[in-house]
Design a protein around this ligand. Structure first.
Ligand SMILES: C[S@@+](CC[C@H](N)C(=O)[O-])C[C@H]1O[C@@H](n2cnc3c(N)ncnc32)[C@H](O)[C@@H]1O
Length: 263
């Protein structure tokens, strides 16, 4: 893709969707854009942008495609095991009401997984605050509606949790109202909007992989500030926080980083 063409796309995308592609890795994003145009019925970006100015459904498709919201319940089961057996019990010790944030929560699979674990560990999970945010409105709409989820989405949900928290209708799965009410969903751009603070646990998994290195560094600094001392950042299976110790984190197992200070 030519530089001028990419600059034009970035300007149009920012105006139409509010997404600033300058924060995303160029090569990866250009590959995605090329695939998107090939799949659309338009032969050039000029024609595409002309058409979507008056077609909100098409515009939504572009937004969905750019934000890449693949997820599932208990994605990466080993890490959720560590979370349940080590990280959450340590956090709960002396802090019975946890503040948890799922940043880039997609369709809600991640915050609902955490809510189920907290329910199992602490019985009454109503006392915890679970914030779940994402940039993508369509993903959040599904999260807030509690579904529908596919068989693949729920493949790693334990049978006891399935029985307690899910309803299945016409081959699709929905989470119970009880679970739904426990999460605060909010639309938020991690690269532009203000963060709440004093979290015990921040989960940001498979979101920053698309961001440039400086954007990632700034985001990890912001997460550090949003954690309470002793709070934990939980990242994706293939992600490593660069210069973690310089930032003030210490490793707390693979994919977990603890903010320095009293637990
Ligand atoms: C691949 S999904 C990850 C979902 C979940 N965290 C997981 O690991 O299963 C990435 C999510 O990040 C969201 N996202 C991308 N850029 C974002 C931004 N700037 N602010 C907030 N969310 C963003 C996308 O909308 C998408 O839902």
């Amino acid at each position: 893709m030519q530089v001028e063409e990419y600059n034009l796309i970035k300007r149009e995308v920012l105006t139409l969707t509010g997404i600033d592609l300058n924060f995303y890795k160029d090569a990866q994003m250009q590959r995605r854009l090329n695939t998107f145009l090939l799949r659309s019925k338009h032969d050039s970006w000029q024609n595409y942008f002309r058409a979507i100015r008056t077609d909100s459904a098409e515009l939504r498709k572009l937004k969905d495609y750019l934000t890449i919201n693949v997820s599932s319940f208990f994605r990466d089961t080993e890490k959720y095991k560590t979370l349940k057996e080590k990280v959450l019990p340590e956090l709960l010790d002396g802090h019975p009401r946890l503040r948890v944030w799922s940043a880039g929560c997609s369709r809600g699979q991640e915050p609902y997984s955490i809510a189920m674990l907290l329910a199992e560990l602490t019985g009454d999970f109503r006392r915890h605050y679970i914030l779940a945010t994402d940039l993508d409105r369509s993903a959040l709409d599904i999260a807030q509606a509690g579904g529908p989820y596919t068989d693949d989405d729920v493949a790693h949900v334990a049978p006891a949790f399935r029985q307690q928290y899910f309803l299945t209708r016409d081959g699709k799965h929905w989470v119970s109202n009880d679970l739904k009410r426990r999460i605060t969903f909010r639309q938020q751009n991690l690269l532009a909007d203000r963060f709440e603070t004093n979290f015990d646990l921040i989960i940001c998994r498979n979101v920053v992989i698309y961001f440039t290195a400086p954007v990632k560094d700034k985001l990890y600094q912001d997460f550090y500030r949003a954690l309470r001392p002793g709070g934990v950042l939980f990242v994706g299976g293939t992600e490593i926080v660069p210069k973690a110790t310089t930032l003030g984190f210490r490793p707390a197992g693979i994919s977990f980083y603890r903010r320095n200070g009293k637990i």
